[in-house]
Design a protein around this ligand. Structure first.
Ligand code: SF4
Length: 113
């Protein structure tokens, strides 16, 4: 390592962060069904817990604690039960996030070649 290496200016850092954020938002927007939702098995497990819960409102298919529509809530990878009966799938999200980073890197390489 060398102390002679210079960090990018604040302006460059800001531009790099903005570019990365833009790429990430675009990627997620274009692939939201792939990256933001859980697998069917997890979805079914979550719904089964909700159906056994005293906060489950069957007619509305809602949670009386948070008011969320459960078929949508139970699909979201980072969503969780407000009473802690089921949690966010953070491990799955970490894996998906790493895959997103790899795909964005690969797109950047293609664009530079
Ligand atoms: S999200 Fe939690 S509190 Fe709400 S119905 Fe499901 S298990 Fe019950």
């Amino acid at each position: 390592m060398s102390d002679d290496l210079q960090s990018p200016s604040m302006m460059e850092k800001g531009k790099n962060l903005a570019k990365f954020s833009w790429q990430l938002i675009n990627y997620i927007q274009q692939n939201h069904e792939k990256v933001l939702v859980v697998e069917d098995e997890t979805y079914k497990e979550r719904i089964m817990v909700c159906r056994d819960c005293d906060k489950y409102r069957e007619v509305q298919n809602e949670c009386a604690e948070c008011g969320c529509y459960l078929p949508a809530k139970a699909r979201i990878i980072l969503d969780s039960c407000p009473l802690g009966k089921w949690g966010a799938k953070e491990d799955d999200w970490d894996e998906k996030f790493n895959n997103i980073m790899e795909e964005i890197d690969s797109q950047n390489h293609k664009n530079h070649n």
